[in-house]
Design a binder for this molecule. Structure first.
Ligand code: GLC
Ligand code: MG
Length: 595
C-alpha cells in the first residue's frame, strides 16, 4: 500500500461508525490469531440460566446457539461456558461424572458441535470450563477407586484417618474444613477409608500426586481442543494440592486455628488453610497445562487461552502467571472488584486497589478485571444499580482483559430465592438460618430477555430457579428499545475496545476527590480516552484539567443512563459537573461523523 492509500484507509477506518462512535483501529480484534484473547471481551454464560430452547425450565446449548447473534451485537468476542458436562448436578455441573460427555439437560454432543460451528461462522471464540480438582461420586474414577480397581486405587486422596486414644473411635485425618461446610474428609463405608473433598461430599478431590490423574485430565483437555474450543477457564485451582503427608511424618498436618469468634469447627473460616490451600506445587500443574495448550497452538498459530480461577492473596494469585522460565495462566482472575471493593468503597479505594493490581502484575503479563460471576452477588447488588454503567466503563477502559458475567451488561440484580426454592448446595448445607449468606442462587436466576412469561427465558410452567421479580422493567428487549440503557452503554463501550488507545495506551488513575474517580488512556498519534465517575451521593464538580494529558475540551463518547450528557457534547475539562452516580467516557476525537 502506498502512503496515500494508507492514509485513505486510515480515514475510512476512523470514520466507520459503531453505535455513535468513530472506530479507530482493528474492527474485529478476534481476527488476531495470537493476541485475540487480550483484545476481546470475555462473556461468562451460565448455561442453565441463559436460554431454554425445549421448555423444560432449564437453559441449554441450543438456547445459546439460537441466540448467538446477541453476543456479536453486544460486541463480545469470546464466550466462556460454565460446565456443560455430564453431572448429577449437586453443584450444578461443577460435579462432573463424565468429563467427555455433554449433560443430557443441556443437549447432545451434536448440539455442542453445532454450537462450535456457528461460533466459528460468527467469529466468536468458545472457552469451556475445566474442573480438574474434583469429579463426582457418580464418576467412574470414584467408583473404580472405591473398589481399588487396578490403576485407580490412588485416583482420589484416601486416608485411614486417626484413632481417638480415648474412645478408640475413628476421626478424620486432619481438621481441614470443606468450602461447603463440614469436614473436608468424608468416610467411605465400602473402602473403609476417608476421601478428601474440598467441596461437597459428592465432589471427591482427584489426587494430583498420582501421575495417572494428571495424564487423564490432560487428555480431557486435548479431547475438547480437538472439538475446536479456543481455551479453558480452569476451576478452583487453589485446592488442587494439599500438604504431602510423607513430609509430615505420615499424617496430614492440621491447619492452624483462626480463633475467629463465633465460627465452629465445621464452618469455613475455623482454620487458616496453610496446608489445604495455595500449595506451591499447584503452579507446576498450571505450567504443564499451559505447555499443552501452547503445543496444541503450534498447529495453526492460534492461541488457546487459559483463564484461571483462584481466590487467593495477591502474591499467590500472581504466581498463576508463571515464573521467569515458564508461562502459566494468561488470565489469573483478578477478583479485587469482588473481594476488595464494594458499594462502600470510594474513589480513593478504587484508585488504590486498581493500582495495586497493576503494580503487582509481572512485567510483560496482562492484567484482567472480573466484576461478577455465578458465585457472587451481582455487581448491581454489590455496588448499587446507579454504578452499573460506571463499572462497565471501568471493565472496558482499564488496561487488560475485560470479563462480563451474563446479565451484568443489563445491570441485572440478585433475584430473591426463598429457602423453599433454594437449590445451591452451598446454601442448602448452611441451613435455613444462614442460607442467604451462602446461597449462590440469587446471582444465577434466569437471563431477562423480555417482559413475557419467565422473562422470555423459558416456556415452562416452572423454571429451575425463579425469575427475578423486576424482569417486567429490567430486560434486554426494553433496553434495546430505550433511547438510553445499560445495554446501549455496554455496547458502545465494547465497540471502543478495538481502539488502539485502549489496547496499547498508557493509563493514569486519579481520585479527583473522595468520591470522584478518573481514568485516562493515552497513545501517541491516537485519540485520548478518559472516564470519570461520581461514586458519592451528592453532586460534584470535577476539575479534570489537573490531568495534563487531557485536552481543554472533552467530547462525550458515552454517558451513564441518568446523565444529562449526550454523545458528541463538548465539555470544559476544568468544570465537569456530575450528579450522584453519574459516569462519563470522553474522547479527544471529534464525533462529527457519527450518526
Ligand atoms: C468454583 C466454581 C464454583 C464451584 C466450585 C467447586 O469456585 O466457580 O461454582 O462450586 O469451584 O467446583
Ligand atoms: Mg432446556
Amino acid at each position: 500500500m502506498n502512503a496515500l492509500a494508507a492514509t485513505i484507509a486510515a480515514i475510512i477506518l476512523t470514520t466507520l461508525s459503531a453505535e455513535g462512535a468513530a472506530v479507530d483501529g482493528d474492527p474485529n480484534p478476534v481476527d488476531d490469531p495470537k493476541d485475540w484473547w487480550r483484545k476481546t471481551v470475555f462473556y461468562q454464560i451460565y448455561p442453565r440460566s441463559f436460554k431454554d430452547s425445549d421448555g423444560d425450565g432449564i437453559g441449554d446449548l441450543r438456547g445459546i446457539t439460537q441466540n448467538m447473534e446477541y453476543f456479536v451485537d453486544a460486541g463480545i468476542g469470546a464466550i466462556w461456558l460454565s460446565p456443560i458436562f455430564k453431572s448429577p448436578m449437586v453443584d450444578f455441573g461443577y460435579d462432573i461424572s463424565d468429563f467427555r460427555e455433554i449433560h443430557y439437560e443441556y443437549g447432545t454432543m451434536q448440539d455442542f458441535e453445532d454450537l462450535v460451528a456457528k461460533a466459528k461462522k460468527l467469529n466468536l471464540k468458545v472457552v469451556l470450563d475445566f474442573v480438574p480438582n474434583h469429579s463426582s461420586t457418580e464418576s467412574d474414577y470414584f467408583k473404580l477407586s472405591v473398589n481399588r480397581t487396578a490403576g485407580y486405587e490412588d485416583f482420589l486422596v484416601w486416608d485411614d484417618g486417626l484413632i481417638d486414644p480415648v474412645d478408640n473411635s475413628r476421626k478424620p485425618p486432619s481438621n481441614w474444613v470443606s468450602q461447603f461446610q463440614g469436614s473436608a474428609w468424608q468416610w467411605n463405608e465400602q473402602r473403609q477409608q476417608y476421601y478428601l473433598r474440598q467441596f461437597s461430599e459428592q465432589q471427591p478431590d482427584l489426587n494430583y500426586r498420582n501421575p495417572a490423574v494428571m495424564k487423564e485430565m490432560s487428555s480431557v483437555l486435548t479431547f475438547w481442543l480437538d472439538k475446536g474450543v479456543d481455551g479453558f477457564r480452569v476451576d478452583a485451582l487453589p485446592y488442587m494440592m494439599e500438604a504431602d503427608k510423607e513430609l509430615h511424618g505420615g499424617r496430614y498436618p492440621d491447619d492452624p486455628l483462626s480463633y475467629a469468634p463465633g465460627i465452629g469447627p465445621d464452618e469455613l473460616g475455623y482454620t487458616v488453610p496453610i496446608y489445604s490451600k495455595d500449595q506451591e506445587d499447584t503452579y507446576a500443574i498450571v505450567i504443564q497445562w499451559r505447555a499443552l495448550l501452547d503445543e496444541y497452538s503450534k498447529k495453526d498459530g492460534k492461541t488457546r487461552v487459559m483463564l484461571t480461577e483462584g481466590y487467593a492473596n495477591l502474591t499467590m494469585t500472581m504466581k498463576y502467571y508463571g515464573n521467569s522460565t515458564h508461562e502459566g495462566s494468561y488470565v489469573p482472575f483478578n477478583f479485587d472488584f469482588i473481594t476488595e471493593l464494594n458499594g462502600k468503597s470510594n474513589a480513593r479505594d478504587l484508585v488504590y486497589k486498581t493500582t495495586r493490581w497493576l503494580t503487582y502484575v509481572p512485567t510483560g503479563k496482562y492484567p484482567n478485571w472480573v466484576f461478577g460471576n455465578h458465585d457472587n452477588s451481582r455487581v448491581a447488588t454489590r455496588f448499587g444499580s446507579h454504578l452499573v454503567d460506571g463499572l462497565n466503563m471501568l471493565d472496558m477502559l482499564l488496561p487488560g482483559v475485560a470479563i462480563t458475567y451474563q446479565g451484568d451488561e443489563l445491570g441485572m440484580e440478585d433475584g430473591y430465592v426463598s429457602w423453599e426454592d433454594t437449590v445451591d448446595v452451598s446454601g442448602c448445607n448452611a441451613g435455613q438460618d444462614k442460607y442467604q449468606t451462602f446461597s449462590r442462587d440469587p446471582e444465577r436466576t434466569p437471563f431477562q430477555w423480555d417482559n413475557t412469561t419467565n422473562a422470555g427465558f423459558s416456556s415452562a410452567t416452572k423454571t429451575w430457579l425463579p425469575v427475578a421479580q423486576n424482569y417486567m422493567t429490567l430486560n434486554l428487549a426494553r433496553q434495546k428499545e430505550s433511547p438510553r440503557s445499560h445495554f446501549k452503554v455496554y455496547k458502545a463501550l465494547a465497540a471502543a475496545r478495538a481502539k488502539p488507545t485502549l489496547q496499547e495506551g498508557a493509563w493514569n488513575l486519579r481520585a479527583l476527590s473522595d468520591q470522584v474517580f478518573a481514568l485516562t488512556r493515552t497513545l501517541e498519534g491516537h485519540e485520548t480516552l478518559s472516564m470519570v465517575m461520581n461514586m458519592g451521593s451528592g453532586r460534584e464538580t470535577a476539575d479534570m484539567s489537573v490531568l495534563k494529558e487531557l485536552p481543554q475540551t472533552l467530547n462525550v463518547y458515552v454517558a451513564s443512563i441518568d446523565s444529562n450528557k449526550n454523545p458528541g457534547d463538548s465539555i470544559q475539562a476544568n468544570s465537569v459537573s456530575l450528579e450522584a452516580g453519574e459516569s462519563v467516557v470522553f474522547t479527544s476525537a471529534s464525533l462529527e461523523c457519527s450518526s
